[in-house]
Design a protein around this ligand. Structure first.
Ligand code: NDP
Ligand code: OXD
Length: 316
């Protein structure tokens, strides 16, 4: 077998899932696991990675293409010694669908006051709370990429008024959209804010006190709600906690955090109006990941262009 076909796998995922998926992946190629420090990676051509070992590029100096184990690539672009080779994002229907399920679930949970009803249930309290309809609320989605586009469409199906914001303005039927320059107008319309942005130098810390203060107050839920499944580095957690405490925000659903796992002493764990999930909004299906990577390797070897390439200048 040609060493040129060698694939390094360095995925900090559930080990059993990776092993099971590898059993029938990459036929005709040699697969090496970077977790074994004694394995020789020097001839490897491709790497499929999620939060890889920092010495990967020293051990594998002949890599030609990097495949991210997830849709986000901030974990790769921040690596020291990153070679100037193509980085391919993971784009997959199952990943997209799972994210939209999570986003719609969280928007509906706040609309239908799930945190308040759970509290009442624990207190054995039978009391109906007043209830707006989805159409009375505007959900604003920041990030209209692969995930954001699917989420806005599914939020719309649930009856929400939906608006969207992205760097370049999008045209989406039935949805008002804004570009970077329209941020204030977008925020002023928004009752439930959804973050589906990649982490880049431009989006780091974007969800801060100033941004929260520009969301619409006095909408059908009374106070705005913040939902984030993009990256935790985009939220200033001290500002978020303060906004929840001082009533600028009425609630939040958070899947991503500045530091993961979320530290045990974070006040976010115990806030009654906050739903916390452990970076689980949309996990990569490892079999689909390997199928995607394999198909792209075939394209590359056939001289066809790679798909879902990361733009190193914008960082996503
Ligand atoms: P895409 O690259 O397809 O889309 C990114 C979107 O963000 C685009 O609409 C882009 O604008 C917009 N954007 C980027 N930078 C800016 C900026 N500075 N100002 C305004 N808009 C900006 O990404 P995906 O939709 O596939 O994924 C989004 C993120 O979701 C991932 O990067 C990852 O961090 C996160 N994620 C989280 C998961 C989880 O389980 N929590 C699972 C999977 C992904 P434009 O369209 O103009 O380029
Ligand atoms: C991803 C993630 O980027 O899981 O795919 O966060």
């Amino acid at each position: 077998m040609s060493a040129k076909n060698t694939v390094v796998v360095d995925l900090k995922f559930e080990r059993r899932e990776v092993d099971a998926a590898l059993a029938d992946a990459f036929a005709g190629r040699t697969v090496l696991r970077a977790s074994d420090p004694d394995v020789d990676l020097s001839e490897a051509r491709y790497a499929v990675i999620w939060k890889p070992e920092p010495d990967l590029f020293q051990r594998a100096p002949k890599l030609e293409v990097l495949f991210s184990g997830g849709a986000g690539v901030d974990h790769i672009l921040a690596m020291p010694g990153l070679p100037d080779i193509p980085v391919v994002r993971f784009v997959d229907e199952s990943l997209t669908t799972r994210m939209s399920e999570w986003v719609v679930l969280q928007a509906l949970s706040h609309l239908r006051q799930v945190p308040a009803y759970l509290k009442q249930q624990r207190q054995r309290q039978w009391r109906e709370l007043s209830q707006p309809e989805a159409k009375e609320l505007t959900v604003g989605v920041m990030g209209l990429g692969v995930l954001g586009l699917d989420s806005v469409r599914k939020l719309k199906v649930m009856g929400f008024d939906v608006v969207g914001w992205s760097r370049s303005r999008k045209t989406i039927e039935g949805i008002e959209t804004f570009d970077s320059g329209g941020l204030d107008a977008f925020l002023g319309r928004t009752d439930i804010l959804v973050g589906l942005l990649p982490l880049t130098p431009d989006t780091r810390g974007i969800f801060d006190a100033s941004l929260f203060s520009r969301l619409r107050q006095g909408g059908a839920l009374g106070k705005p709600v913040f939902i984030n499944a993009g990256r935790g580095g985009s939220q200033v957690e001290a500002d978020l906690v303060a906004a929840l405490e001082n009533g600028i925000l009425g609630g939040a659903s958070l899947d991503v955090f500045e530091k993961e796992p979320l530290p045990a002493d974070s006040p976010l764990w115990a806030m009654e109006n906050v739903i916390v999930t452990p970076h689980a909004a949309s996990a990569s299906d490892v079999r689909a990941l390997f199928r995607n990577a394999e198909a792209q390797m075939d394209r590359y070897e056939a001289g066809e262009p790679l798909q879902h390439l990361v733009d190193r200048k914008t960082g996503y």
